[in-house]
Design a protein around this ligand. Structure first.
Ligand code: ZN
Length: 153
């Protein structure tokens, strides 16, 4: 295993064990739920928008380490981003985990992804793609309309 893969793996473990922004967001104005029946992951995402900006993002989730770590890193990544920027980040992330993005084998990941590049290895495990992208589907639903429920199935 390369140093980069080890770094990525420890980042995912850290965020699954100590998720950031975990807990209901009391002053949220958007909320969406996501379910991934194939793994049993469930996530609820809360957002507080300030105009067009994601001022705060929280989540509560149960499920596997990948889905939790993904939700944790996602909430840290989208804070301060505009709705369009958050949606664009979702596309980049989705390309990464589905293997459509340029291979980060040389250690050169898409700089726009930052620490989200930790999920690059997920593309080799098709069953885990839904786990990693579930929180993002919920985020997209929350940005689009209030009170949505999305499923990966
Ligand atoms: Zn999962």
């Amino acid at each position: 295993m390369s140093d980069l893969q080890e770094l990525y793996q420890s980042l995912i473990l850290d965020h699954s064990r100590k998720p950031r922004n975990f807990g209901e967001l009391a002053d949220a104005d958007r909320r969406a739920e996501g379910r991934n029946p194939s793994c049993g992951d469930q996530v609820t995402v809360w957002l507080r928008l300030d105009g067009d900006t994601v001022a705060d993002a929280h989540f509560v989730g149960t499920g596997c380490a990948i889905s939790k770590a993904s939700a944790s890193l996602m909430t840290t990544a989208v804070k301060g981003k505009s709705r369009a920027e958050a949606a664009a980040l979702f596309e980049r992330f989705h390309d990464l985990v589905t293997g459509k993005a340029a291979a980060p084998a040389a250690g050169v990941a898409d700089p726009a992804l930052g620490r989200l590049a930790a999920f690059s290895g997920v593309s080799r495990f098709p069953a885990r793609v839904k786990c990693a992208s579930l929180p993002w589907h919920a985020l997209k639903a929350a940005l689009g309309e209030d009170g949505a429920v999305v499923s990966t199935e």
